[in-house]
Design a protein around this ligand. Structure first.
Ligand code: THU
Length: 138
């Protein structure tokens, strides 16, 4: 696993926390923000967007990916995610299984890194392979 450039982890966490403020989460009250770093160094952000019918809801991570992919991005380096009640950083927030599968479509399992941080500042970094071992491939 190649080390991320100095300072980028804090930058991504800060942007993810900023994005938490845009979360639309009237049903769960659980606000999530994500910041996705491309290999060229651009950052795309996303928040969770809930729906009264529940199943159309979208996670913060997928919002960030779909924004980036729809702008033509295809190569990604890392993603930071934070979540919690009251739009604050709470416990460590790891991506759900659906979001991990979306990552596996675009990201190298041993290079792509997922970062999360809790309210105490504890930071955990996992490769995509650690989060989604033995992933499906055609
Ligand atoms: N959620 C995310 O946005 N990302 C995750 O990694 C886990 C869950 C959202 C979905 C829903 O809007 C809320 O958090 C509570 O599950």
């Amino acid at each position: 696993m190649t080390e991320l450039p100095a300072g980028i982890i804090d930058t991504l966490i800060t942007k993810a926390h900023e994005m938490q403020q845009s979360s639309y989460c009237p049903y769960s009250g659980f606000a999530v923000g994500a910041a996705l770093l491309t290999k060229e160094g651009r950052i795309y952000t996303g928040c969770n967007i809930e729906n009264a019918a529940y199943s159309p809801s979208n996670c913060a991570e997928r919002t960030a990916f779909f924004k980036a992919v729809s702008e033509g991005e295809r190569s990604f380096r890392a993603l930071a995610v934070v979540g919690g009640k009251n739009r604050e950083i709470g416990e460590l927030c790891f991506p759900c299984g659906v979001c991990r599968q979306v990552m596996s479509e675009f990201c190298s399992p041993d290079e792509f890194q997922v970062i999360t941080r809790d309210s105490t500042g504890t930071t955990v970094i996992r490769t995509l392979r650690q989060l989604l071992p033995d992933s499906f491939e055609l």
